[in-house]
Design a binder for this molecule. Sequence first.
Ligand SMILES: [Zn+2]
Ligand SMILES: [Zn+2]
Length: 180
Amino acid sequence: MKVRTEHIKETVREFSFNEPAESFPVLAAMMAAGECRFTGSVQVALTAERELDHYRVEGTVSVPVQLDCSRCLCSFDRTVFSRFTIFFREGAAVNREEEDEVELEERDLISSSFIGDEIDLMPEIAEQVALEIPLKPLCSESCKGLCPVCGIDLNSSTCSCVSEQKQSKFAVLKDFKVRP
Ligand SMILES: [Zn+2]
Ligand SMILES: [Zn+2]
């Protein structure tokens, strides 16, 4: 997933890449840690152009992933999708102050750097994907999760523990109201 700078000197160029998730070290590490399972390859479509003292790389990345719901523990499939704009400057690492300034002005813009005549997109693309993987995945915003008492999946069943819990909460509330 590299772009040669000599190819983008004069004009805006389009590129597309298709890489297995395993070839991105960051994503391979996430899978090894059990955070998610990528079920297909990482697809990237982007344009690259030269602007003043930097290269502007803009595009989208998507990859299908299987996650485990943090509430009901079921596995579900989702497609991670992200739009990105990255400025690549030639030379040593981007100076911190400059990067902060860019972040303040336009939150979604990322500054990076490259050395030589090739821009390696893999680290930044992997970062984009990693940012889209939720720390606490939910199969649905309204997932009811598992009953903390009997462990039953409350999305598909009900149990009597739940009503008992509600009653005790109500009892606590009543006591509170009674207090002078
Ligand atoms: Zn769930
Ligand atoms: Zn229960």
